[in-house]
Each structure stands twice: as C-alpha cells, then as structure tokens.
Ligand binder design. Structure first.
Ligand SMILES: *Cc1c(COP(=O)(O)O)cnc(C)c1O
Length: 360
C-alpha cells in the first residue's frame, strides 16, 4: 500500500512532501491513499482492528517520517503525542524542559510531577551549560526551539550531545520550525513531536499530532502506547493533514517571507517595546508598549488579523498570550504572538500598522 523507499536521499524535502506516501503509480491507480473509514479488517492480516492501524495513517506517517528522517507515529493531537513521548520516561525519572514552552506541555509536566510520576526541572534553554548540567540525572531532555511564545533558540547539537553524555533521551517539539527549517533527528535527537494542527495541516481545520522516532524500538514503544491508550487520529483528519502537508513547502515559503517583511517594517515602531523574531519561520512576537491594555486595544482595532489561539494556518492570527492564566509569568503582559499567514504582506501590514499607529 505504501512506498517503503520514501527516504530516497537524492530528493529535496519539497519533492518528498509531494511524492511520499502515495500508492504505486499504475493504470487507474488513485493518486492519493483514500480515507479508510473502517473500524475493523478481515482477520489474519497485519492491521486487524481500527485502533491498531489504518492505511490513511500510514500514508501520512510515511510522508512526515521521510521529511523528519525517522519513523513517524500519528496521534489524535499534538498533546497526545507529547503524552506518549513523556510516558517513555521511567517512573521517578527526571525530565529537563524549558521554562518557556507550550502551556499544555508545561501542564503535563506539572501534572505528572504532582502525581509523583516524574521529576520536572525547568531551565533556560538558551543556556547550554545549564541545560547540560541539569541533565546529570536526566532521563529525558525535552525542548522546543524556537520556544513558544518567547522565541528563544537552543543550540540543538550542543544540548543534545550534553544530554546524551548523561544518558538522557532527547525529544524536540518541532511544531514551530517544521522539518523544512530544522530536522532535530539529524542533530542526534531521539524523538521529534509535532502538533500537526499547526503548519503541517495548515488550514485551521484539523486537530492532530505526530511523534517521529530515530529508532525502530522507540517507534514501537509509541505505537504500543497509541494502541493501548487509544489516542488515535481519525481517518478523515489524517487525510486532511496529509493533504495540507503536500503544500507545506510553498505555504511556509510565503508565510516566512511575509513574516520577515513584517518584522522589517515593524521594528522600531514607537508603540512597540520589542519585535522578537528568530530569523526563520513565520511566528513573530511583538511586545506592545504599556502592557495588557494597549495590547488588547491593538487586537480590537484590526480587522484582517483574526483574534484566535493556535497558529500555522493560511490566515494571519494573533493573540495576547498572557490572557491565558497558564502562560508563564515571565512572558510580558503586552506580548502578542503573531502567526503570519499567506495574505498579501501589504494588507496584513497595513491592518496592523494602522492599529499600532492609533495607540500613540
Ligand atoms: C499547539 C501546540 C501543541 C499542542 O498540540 P495540539 O495539536 O493542540 O494538541 C504542542 N506544542 C506546540 C509548540 C504547539 O504550538
């Protein structure tokens, strides 16, 4: 059903996104693996039951796995993939994680720690020496880079090496960068996680996740977790996520170009204390001068930008992150995270700049 040679090294990622996970070419062969809506399969095969496997999952997994350079396992959501990866930590093991990260990940770590399941240690992920030291008795180094929403950058090869010297597994949430801008497995990481809800599906119409493992053993452990605990993606969701993944290279190219131009035009605006941008990707965090009140006013005074959480869709969205009580208190009250979309940059800039000008 699926092509096992999806890791063909001669192909560029843009091509892999288009060609991987397809049925073999042939007369009357469908272009796409169809949506397999079935709860069970005829006995005696490899799949057996709908919680154990689905050809629509496999098509998606082959494609994202080929892009990240590992074995992909699809999950019902990004947070379900994170739960499966954290479950690889032995009871009582230490997880080292950034003090700024996705609030759901932070919430899981706190919950697991409060139940005595793990010990969580939070670090400044940009401080390579501190991260490595914290891994001294670490079972797992978990991180995002860029971090959400502070947009800090980790030295991925260095902290991965440091963690491995202490025998810790290394897992990276690659949702912001996508495999087109950063492939952590190539830098030695053991696991990558995605909220496929974001850039991978890319159209704000799916909630889904995935974990990609560097080894067959880790992949098997993730499949075991998924089969046993049941955080499986729906066949339609996985079809839509793969359909989105096909155009990720062109979407990201446009979104990133828009983000870079927006950063160029907004930097130094008198209504802003800061424009944070790591130099790649399409997430920009602006810090509105004066805190929560002017930041909320900015959000109200735009018309094109959609006030909504989540990110990575074709449309430009934004939100003031501290409106969420779970957001880290070290994130400025006036920080507005922008997910720059694919509209014409003049339009998104004009909408935002007019609202910013009105704050002065
Ligand atoms: C959204 C997000 C998640 C959670 O994914 P869901 O698909 O919402 O469960 C995890 N990590 C990052 C960086 C995210 O942005």
């Amino acid at each position: 059903m699926h092509d096992a040679n999806t890791t063909e090294p001669a192909l560029h990622p843009d091509t892999i996104a288009i060609t991987a996970g397809r049925p073999p070419h042939g007369p009357d062969a469908p272009m796409n693996v169809p949506v397999h809506l079935t709860s069970t399969y005829g006995a005696g095969g490899a799949l057996e039951y709908g919680r154990y496997g689905n050809p629509s999952w496999t098509a998606f997994e082959d494609t994202l796995g080929a892009l990240e350079g590992g074995r992909c396992v699809a999950f019902a959501s990004g947070i379900a993939a994170i739960a499966a990866v954290l479950d690889l930590v032995e009871p009582g093991g230490t997880v080292v994680a950034p003090r700024h990260s996705y609030t759901g990940t932070f919430g899981q770590l706190e919950e697991l720690e409060s139940k005595g399941r793990i010990r969580a240690v939070f670090v400044d992920i940009t401080d390579t020496a501190a991260v490595t030291d914290a891994c001294a008795d670490g079972a797992m180094l978990w991180f995002e880079s860029p971090t959400n929403p502070a947009l800090e950058i980790a030295d991925i090869p260095a902290i991965t090496r440091g963690a491995h010297e202490h025998g810790a597994l290394v897992a990276v949430d690659n949702t912001f960068a996508t495999p087109l801008l950063q492939r952590p497995l190539e830098h030695g990481a053991d696991l990558v996680v995605h909220s496929a809800t974001k850039y991978i599906s890319g159209h704000s119409d799916v909630v889904m996740g995935a974990a990609i493992a560097a080894s067959d053993d880790l992949a098997a452990a993730l499949v075991h977790h998924r089969s046993l605990f049941g955080a499986i993606p729906g066949p339609l969701e996985v079809f839509l996520a793969l359909r989105g993944l096909r155009t990720l290279p062109v979407r990201l190219e446009r979104a990133q170009a828009n983000a870079q131009e927006l950063v160029r035009r907004l930097t130094g605006h008198p209504a802003l204390d800061e424009v944070r941008y790591p130099g790649f990707g399409a997430i920009v965090s602006i810090v509105v001068r004066g805190g929560a009140e002017p930041a909320d006013a900015l959000i109200e005074r735009t018309s094109l930008w959609v006030h909504a959480t989540s990110l990575g869709g074709v449309e430009s969205t934004f939100e003031r992150r501290r409106r969420w009580p779970a957001e880290a208190p070290t994130i400025p009250e006036g920080l507005v995270r922008l997910s720059v979309g694919l509209e014409h940059v003049d339009d998104v800039h004009h909408d935002l700049a007019s609202a910013l000008d009105s704050l002065r």
